[in-house]
Design a binder for this molecule. Structure first.
Ligand code: THU
Length: 147
């Protein structure tokens, strides 16, 4: 079943608000991410943003910050309750997750962990998005069910 327009709007709004959480003094490239969780007819948005580091290499992307936040918060750490993951930057074009983040997202969007939830990649003001599946973003991938 696809997402409703209300659900897409919740993901978009989470991403729009999440950009203010970005700590990106080096690149000045803000990225936010929102995982929409649905349980018992109630929605929870887990929102995060990129956190950069003076070493540069220690930088953590928005997607990994948000997944880590969801997985370490009591009410949101069950990926079977996740229904969408959104990403947004300040770009005119829709943003696309980096390779490392694709692998980390893949851990939790897998036959063993969760439903095949949509990944929404927004442009900077949230007026446009591309919807993808994990298989499209990382085909023939390695995941928990491979072990
Ligand atoms: N960034 C993300 O947060 N997610 C991505 O998928 C791509 C890149 C961040 C990392 C860094 O803080 C900035 O964007 C520039 O690469």
């Amino acid at each position: 079943m696809g997402l409703s327009s209300e659900e897409v709007a919740l993901v978009r709004d989470g991403c729009l608000g999440g950009k203010a959480l970005s700590y990106s003094p080096y690149s000045k490239f803000r990225v936010s991410c929102c995982i929409l969780v649905s349980e018992g007819g109630r929605y929870t948005s887990v929102v995060g943003a990129n956190v950069e580091n003076a070493s540069y290499g220690g930088t953590i992307c928005a997607e990994r910050v948000t997944i880590t936040k969801a997985m370490t918060t009591a009410g949101t750490r069950d990926p079977t309750k996740w229904i969408a993951l959104g990403i947004m930057g300040d770009t005119d074009e829709c943003i696309s997750p980096c390779g490392l983040c694709r692998q980390v997202i893949r851990e939790f969007i897998s036959p063993k962990m969760s439903p095949d939830i949509p990944i929404l990649m927004f442009n900077g003001d949230g007026t446009n998005h591309i919807q993808s599946t994990m298989e499209e973003l990382l085909p023939n991938s390695f995941g928990p069910e491979c072990l």
